[in-house]
Design a protein around this ligand. Structure first.
Ligand code: PFF
Length: 447
């Protein structure tokens, strides 16, 4: 698509970039512990249900708004003539900046751990406390990660984001499949998989239901205008419905395979430590603390290869997500403030990095910040409240303000028969009733 904002060169580029945004640390770093605590397969089924039943209609709406307007999330609502609704976009830009601020810190850890693993330093896991307490070093890793993210985004949509996704996503798939097969062969993997694949309905509480929904939104990068922004870079020929389905399938597919890999590894750790997966505490640092020690028992060479590749996998997954998180505020600054892309990228990245300092330091034990658990706090507000709220508002907007007629006309550009399908009827029902009721009540409860 040749206009001054740039655009994805084809459908594959768009899908890989959007799937890259979706597949991220959330799939591998957050998902397994949510599953373990939320009732294993019972949580997985609920999560899949939320993804397809509630999230895909919101995703298609976001993409349609973006493509119709060719604008950033704030400008899009203005261009449609609903200036008041542009606060959805403003909230999205803020949520994106907040999420990137802490996400980049964790992404920096993955980079640091990959380097440590390749050097055979398996003790780094048991010394996780001192690893993060050295916030100057973790700050350097976070800086490197932000620089890589900004470099990709500064090259533009097709030469930057799309090109990086076309390299990183296939590599990621090969790594996750390879590691999964290897992990399945380890002793203890079967016990590990028990906690993943066997449902435990008694663990389901209202809280786990909210958790599953929050995780679905976070994992699909929904509710903050990321898909709206990416949608603004696609051509009228694209079929928004099948693209949304592909993106969702790619994300849940990799989450599922990643789950097989993670639970096998965790089962192996439990086997090594003579404990149970249920004994492991959850939380941000868990994967970093648990796995490296067990990689060492694979022997110095194999251990450092498997460990190194594992953390490279996490870094790659993180990078395509940080790129999309940065693109949202950048698109806003480029479109609304008419700043040149490169300048916008470096300026916005610097601001986000600064916002991330308290998260970096709170993880690193700098007292003032630790007391308020800054990272958890930001994560909670941005992902568990702002994203479902964004999804709620987008469904209301699509159904009642922009209205079905216009939404479906935009979808019809690349899918002329859509409005006659059963899916169209379902999407109308979801946007009008299902999403507003469920997402609205969850937002109220979490606030
Ligand atoms: N989907 C990413 C993950 O699962 O790690 C996180 C994310 C990226 C959330 C981009 C929101 C977003 F806009």
């Amino acid at each position: 698509m040749a206009n001054s904002r740039g655009g994805f060169s084809n459908r594959l580029g768009f899908i890989l970039a959007a799937a890259g945004s979706a597949v991220g640390l959330g799939n591998i770093w957050k998902f397994p512990f949510e599953v373990r605590d939320g009732g294993g397969a019972a949580f997985v089924v609920m999560y899949l249900g939320f993804c397809f039943i509630l999230c895909t209609p919101v995703m298609a709406t976001e993409i349609a708004i973006g493509r119709h307007t060719s604008k950033d999330p704030v400008g899009a609502f203005r261009k449609l003539g609903h200036k008041k609704w542009s606060f959805i976009g403003i909230m999205g830009v803020i949520a994106g900046m907040l999420i990137l601020s802490f996400y980049n810190v964790v992404a920096g850890w993955t980079l640091g751990f990959a380097i440590e693993m390749f050097q055979g330093n398996f003790e780094v896991g048991s010394n996780f406390g001192s690893f993060v307490a050295d916030w100057k070093t973790t700050g350097a890793y976070a800086t490197a990660f932000m620089l890589a993210t900004a470099f990709i985004v500064s090259n533009g949509v097709s030469a930057g984001i799309e090109k990086a996704s076309k390299i990183l996503m296939p590599t990621l798939l090969v790594m996750v499949l390879g590691l999964m097969l290897y992990a399945l062969s380890l002793p203890g993997s079967a016990e590990g998989l028990y906690y993943y694949l066997v449902p435990n309905f008694s663990a389901i509480t209202m809280e786990t239901v909210y958790g599953a929904l929050g995780q679905a939104f976070f994992s699909l990068s929904l509710g903050m205008g990321t898909l709206l922004t990416y949608g603004s870079y696609i051509s009228k020929k694209e079929n928004i419905i099948t693209s949304s389905a592909f993106i969702t399938i790619a994300d849940v597919g990799i989450a599922f395979i990643g789950g097989l890999m993670m639970f096998s590894f965790l089962g192996f750790v439990a086997h090594e430590q003579n404990s149970s997966i249920m004994d492991f505490k959850g939380g941000a640092g868990m994967i970093f603390m648990l796995l490296p020690g067990s990689f060492s028992s694979l022997g110095p060479v194999l251990g450092s290869i498997i460990g190194g590749v594992f953390f490279v996998l996490l870094s790659f997954a993180a990078l395509t997500s940080t790129v999309s998180l940065l693109e949202v505020p950048v698109a806003f600054v480029v479109d609304e403030m008419k700043v040149e892309r490169k300048k916008a990228v470096w300026g916005v990245a610097a601001i986000i990095f600064a916002i991330g300092m308290p998260s970096l330091m709170s993880a690193g034990g700098v007292e003032f910040f630790t007391e308020i658990h800054f990272m958890d706090w930001v994560e909670n507000i941005a992902s568990n409240t702002m994203l479902p709220l964004g999804g709620f508002l987008i469904s209301i907007y699509g159904a009642y303000v922009w209205k079905k007629k216009n939404l479906y006309a935009e979808i019809a550009e690349g899918n002329p028969n859509f409005k006659y399908t059963l899916l169209a009827k379902y999407m109308e029902f979801a946007l009008k009733y299902l999403c507003p009721v469920i997402l609205g009540s969850i937002t109220i409860v979490t606030i």
